[in-house]
Design a protein around this ligand. Structure first.
Ligand SMILES: Cc1cc2nc3c(=O)[nH]c(=O)nc-3n(C[C@H](O)[C@H](O)[C@H](O)COP(=O)(O)OP(=O)(O)OC[C@H]3O[C@@H](n4cnc5c(N)ncnc54)[C@H](O)[C@@H]3O)c2cc1C
Length: 308
């Protein structure tokens, strides 16, 4: 019987592990793929405090993972498929099914994060891995001296567009509104980059090609004019979808399936907490994923103290 099982080992899951380890709780982290979560698909993180000029993402994650290891909190690579709640004399106990195993725990921290949303246009599915990408670090090097388009207007899209200019000969950023949503400091960098062309008030209608991406059709939403633009890559950064399928029938979620919590990270179910990008909130960043993880671990600790 674990005191706490943490689902996910992105920044939120790791920091939850760090805090639970320091509370000396019997803790297990379950991770379906790689340690580090979404952020490891980005080469550097510039806005994490304490690292002027930024820090390579892998280095930051390694540092946090080392802290978790020092506390001997295990991370097992298994995907959680379901959670079963059993009431034992008024006190809940949870059985977490992961791979072929089942683990019992008194409390849970869901830190399962999110993944990139699809754009939903013709050609997108057909050309994934053949010119369509959701990860600049993973796929940027394949586009050396090629022309690419980046879709989106938030921090992530703008940062990745700038990063992609280290490979591509030209990057065109396409955004459906007249203004970017990104922070001004990042937008300034974008506008100063001679390799980036900005197309506002525009949407992609279709991604075209034979075996791989050869172009996109772009519609100006103000004039309805459609143009064909030749390019070899399409990078899509249009938001995130939470990884919450396995708790869909267990917890209260919002209409986009993000987990609803209170300010102490408590979900609709006793002894179950959630933190990071799987949670309903406004800002989806590493800094607040880490802060919420600390709060979730603290709530777990308080709950367990009250059980005694
Ligand atoms: C390209 C890109 C650039 C970004 N740039 C920045 C930036 O510059 N600054 C910044 O602050 N933020 C940035 N972000 C956002 C940041 O990555 C997220 O806010 C942060 O990773 C959220 O952490 P998390 O731990 O909540 O979730 P995630 O990082 O999504 O981690 C969740 C983990 O849970 C695992 N998981 C999911 N379901 C299960 C399951 N059923 N069983 C077991 N494990 C499961 C996943 O495999 C994953 O490892 C960027 C994101 C991307 C994609």
């Amino acid at each position: 019987m674990y005191d706490v099982i943490i689902i996910g080992s992105g920044p939120a899951g790791l920091v939850a592990g760090l805090y639970c380890g320091r509370f000396r709780l019997k803790t297990l982290i379950l991770e379906r793929i790689n340690i580090g979560g979404q952020i490891v698909t980005s080469p550097t993180i510039e806005n994490f405090p304490g690292f002027p000029g930024g820090i390579p993402t892998v280095e930051l994650i390694d540092k946090i993972k080392n802290q978790v290891d020092e506390l001997e909190v295990p991370v097992i690579t298994e995907e959680v498929s379901s959670i079963l709640a059993v009431d034992k004399s008024g006190i809940p106990v949870y059985t977490v099914k992961a791979g072929d195993n089942a683990y019992e725990t008194k409390t849970l921290i869901i830190a399962s994060g999110a993944q990139s949303k699809k754009l939903g246009v013709a050609g997108e599915g057909k050309f994934i891995g053949r010119g369509v990408s959701y990860c600049a670090t993973c796929d940027g090097p394949f586009f050396k001296n090629k022309e690419i388009v980046v879709i989106g207007g938030g921090d992530r899209a703008v940062e990745e567009a700038i990063f992609l200019t280290s490979y591509a000969s030209k990057v065109t950023l396409i955004h459906r509104r007249g203004e970017l949503r990104a922070s001004k400091i990042i937008e300034e960098k974008l506008r100063a980059n001679p390799r980036i062309n900005l197309k506002l008030d525009s949407v992609i209608e279709e991604i075209t090609g034979k075996d791989k991406v050869e172009g996109v059709s772009i519609k100006n939403v103000l004039t309805a004019a459609v143009e064909t633009y030749l390019c070899q890559g399409v990078f899509i950064f249009v938001g995130i979808k939470p990884n919450t399928d396995f708790v869909k029938n267990l917890l209260h979620l919002d209409e986009s399936e993000f987990i609803i919590t209170d300010q102490d990270m408590k979900t609709s179910l006793e002894a179950v907490y959630a933190c990071g990008d799987c949670r309903k909130k406004n800002l989806y960043q590493v800094i607040n994923a880490c802060g919420e993880a600390a709060a979730a671990a603290d709530s777990v600790h308080r709950y367990l103290l009250n059980l005694k």
